[in-house]
Each structure stands twice: as structure tokens, then as C-alpha cells.
Write a protein that binds this ligand. Structure first.
Ligand SMILES: Cc1ncc(COP(=O)(O)O)c(C=O)c1O
Length: 386
């Protein structure tokens, strides 16, 4: 059979999680917490099912949940969003990304993405018949090269895929980055898809700049969010997309034939949870900053370099002192020799770069982080001696 995605295999996240299970390694690879979720959320899910909310939910999302989402955007960013015409509940951020891309992009049209790019963007663009132009962020520090973006724009460009806080670079876009993006697309028929799933995980007092708060970008952007990230429960698979009414109308045309509607009891439970905890999400920066710092401190003397992590629940590890810049080979060594699963960065690039980084997830119990740091430090000590 002719494959529509001949070069696509199993994602690096699935591969590394499987290897971690086989080798009984600590899994700091795939981005999911290893601690329990808030038991109140579990109770609310059970209550919603007992309450009989077990048939199809409305296609665009439960009205009360969309209202709570609008309330959350008001309290987080002072935004005024219409829950009826601008908010759609989706199957995680992944579906929001996929449906938005199918909604805007046609055959032969182009999307721009910045490498290292989250792995779902490029296949979604190609399944829409489009072409993904992958522009690497600049080293050091994964910076945007806006002149290169300008040069990459063509009459076929329809979409820019933007991600802040950025996975896996762990950087946070500045207000100037958003201005530069807005200036580049001004007057063109280009839409921005802004992946903001780590909106609350921004460290050291840096603010998150949402496209929704940018006056020019607000009118031409989809912003994508994830309750899986905000509620420490990646298995919920509930996210949402916020966009002006004309974009939302197009998104929903795809959404209704993609997933149709999202788990009804989960939507009730999340709506009730947000009502009980209106400040939900605001605690995440402090929570994950403490975990980031714990891991960084434990590895400070290890010989690994730790690039700054401004946001997300990841930390990059620079292994340049120990090996050549073949990150897949080094991740395999860490698995077998340190029994710690990590994620190499090259699968996030169209053209792998000579970079010596692997990604660690810090959304783990303190004991897991301590044990991982001890194993990585012991590995580094052995590597330094040999
Ligand atoms: C940058 C980024 N975008 C999107 C997603 C997908 O989010 P969800 O699990 O809600 O589908 C993730 C999950 O890891 C992510 O890191």
C-alpha cells in the first residue's frame, strides 16, 4: 500500500518509553508526570459519570466548560473571549493542532515551523497536502532568525506554527518576538497557530506572551491549550483552541468530522474543577521551578552542562563534555549504562544538527528526580575516568 507518510515511524516518545520499560529504566523521556493527580478531579469525573453525562457532548464543547475557559483567560490575561464563537474543546492540544492545520492549509500551500519542532506539526501539514518549511532556531539559545523567516515567506505561505514556552528548547518567546512575527505577516493571508500548552510553566518571573494578548496577532491566530498539562493528567486528552469567530468556524468544520465531540463526563468534571479552583494553573510555575532547580542543583557538579530552562516542564542536558554530538547514540548509552530514558533532539529537526542535547522531563516525583540525578552523575563520573 502507498504510504501517505512513508518516512514516519513510531514517535521517539513511544520508542523511548518502550525501551525504558524493557530495561526497567527511569523514564525522564516522555513528558508526563509520575505522581498522582488531584484526587478531587478523580471524584468529579466519577460524579459526572454517576450524574449520567455519558452520551455525546455538544460538538464545539460543553457550554459551561467553554465559559470557564473564557473566565480563565480573563483572569490569566485580562482577555475578553466569546465562549460561543471563539472557544472549541478538542481532544488534547494534538487534535486542536491537527484540525486547525487541516482547516487552513490546502494542497501545495506552505507552513513555516521552527526546528526543533514538536513532532505532530509536520505530518499534519503533509496530510493536508501542504509543505512544511522547517527553519532551525539559532544557537546558542534557540533564537529566532526573523530575517530568515522573511526570506522563507512566499505567495503560498498560509501558516506559521509557533510554540512558546517551547518544547524541547525550554525557551520563552519575548514580546519582541511576537512583534516581529506580527510585522512579518501583516497584510498577508497568513494565519498563526500558536501552541501554548505550557502557558503556565514560565520561570524566574518571566511572563508568558500569548498571541491572544497581541493586538495584531489576536485577529489572525489559533491559540492551542491543554488540560492534560495544566491538570498534571496527560491521559485526560482534553484541550481547547481559541481563535476569532471566522477561524473557529473553519476549525469546527474539521473538528466535527475528526473527533466530533470530546468526552462528556470529563468536560463536566473539568468545568466543575475550574469552578472550585478558579486560580488553577497559577501554581504551576512555582511547582515546576522547584523541580527544575532540584534537578539542576543535583547535577550541578556532574560535568553535564545545563542550558537555561525558561519554561516548560523539561530541562536540556548538554553531554558535549562526554561524547560526540550524536544525540540518539548518547540517549541509548544513557538508557543502557545509566538506566535513565531521555529524549534526543534530532527527531525534532528536519535536518539533524550537530547538537549535544538530550531532554529530561522534570514533571516527576522528587524521589525520581533525585534517583535520576544520582544515576546520571555516576555515569558522568565513570565517563570522566575512562
Ligand atoms: C509543545 C506541545 N504541543 C502539544 C502537545 C500535545 O498536547 P496534548 O497532550 O494536550 O495533546 C504537547 C505534549 O507534550 C507539547 O509538548
Amino acid at each position: 500500500m502507498r504510504s501517505k507518510l512513508p518516512d514516519v515511524g513510531t514517535t521517539i516518545f513511544t520508542v523511548m518509553s518502550r525501551r525504558a520499560r524493557e530495561l526497567d529504566a527511569l523514564n525522564l523521556g516522555q513528558g508526563f508526570p509520575d505522581y498522582d493527580i488531584d484526587p478531587r478531579l478523580t471524584e468529579l469525573v466519577a460524579a459526572a459519570m454517576r450524574g449520567g453525562h455519558n452520551q455525546y457532548a455538544p460538538m464545539e464543547g460543553l457550554p459551561v466548560l467553554r465559559e470557564r475557559i473564557a473566565g480563565k483567560l480573563r483572569s490569566s490575561y485580562g482577555l475578553d473571549v466569546d465562549p460561543d464563537s471563539e472557544v472549541t474543546v478538542t481532544l488534547g492540544a494534538t487534535e486542536a493542532i491537527y484540525s486547525a492545520i487541516q482547516a487552513v492549509l490546502g494542497p501545495g500551500e506552505e507552513a513555516i515551523a521552527f526546528d526543533p519542532a514538536y513532532d505532530s506539526y509536520d505530518p499534519a501539514v503533509r496530510l493536508a497536502g501542504g509543505r512544511c518549511i522547517r527553519l532551525p532556531l539559532l544557537q546558542p539559545g534557540f533564537r529566532y532568525d526573523w530575517e530568515r523567516v522573511r526570506a522563507a515567506l512566499t505567495a503560498r505561505t498560509r501558516l506559521v506554527l509557533f510554540n512558546s514556552p517551547h518544547n524541547p528548547a525550554c525557551t520563552v518567546a519575548s514580546a519582541a518576538d511576537l512583534d516581529a512575527l506580527a510585522e512579518l505577516i501583516a497584510g498577508r493571508d497568513i494565519v498563526v497557530l500558536s501552541d501554548e500548552v505550557y502557558e503556565h510553566v514560565v520561570f524566574d518571573g518571566l511572563g508568558h506572551h500569548s498571541v491572544l494578548t497581541h493586538p495584531a496577532l489576536r485577529a489572525s491566530s489559533f491559540a492551542v491549550f491543554s488540560f492534560g498539562k495544566t491538570l498534571h493528567a496527560t491521559g485526560l486528552r482534553v484541550g481547547y483552541c481559541v481563535a476569532p469567530a471566522p477561524l473557529t468556524r473553519e476549525l469546527r468544520k474539521v473538528h466535527q468530522f475528526n473527533t466530533f465531540s470530546i468526552s462528556h463526563p470529563l468536560q463536566h468534571a473539568i468545568a466543575a474543577y475550574l469552578a472550585e479552583r478558579p486560580a488553577c494553573g497559577q501554581e504551576l510555575a512555582g511547582f515546576f521551578q522547584a523541580k527544575r532547580d532540584r534537578l539542576r542543583n543535583a547535577l550541578a557538579m556532574s560535568g553535564f552542562r545545563l542550558p537555561p530552562a525558561q519554561g516548560t516542564y523539561f530541562q536540556l542536558l548538554d553531554f558535549g563534555a562526554f561524547a560526540d554530538a550524536d544525540d540518539c547514540a548518547f540517549a541509548e548509552r544513557l538508557l543502557t549504562e545509566a538506566r535513565v530514558a531521555t529524549i534526543p533532539l534530532s527527531p525534532f529537526y528536519a535536518e539533524p544538527q550537530p547538537l549535544s542535547f538530550v531532554r529530561l522531563c522534570v514533571a516527576k516525583r522528587d524521589a525520581t528526580l533525585d534517583e535520576a540525578a544520582a544515576r546520571l552523575s555516576a555515569f558522568a563520573a565513570r565517563a570522566q575516568r575512562s
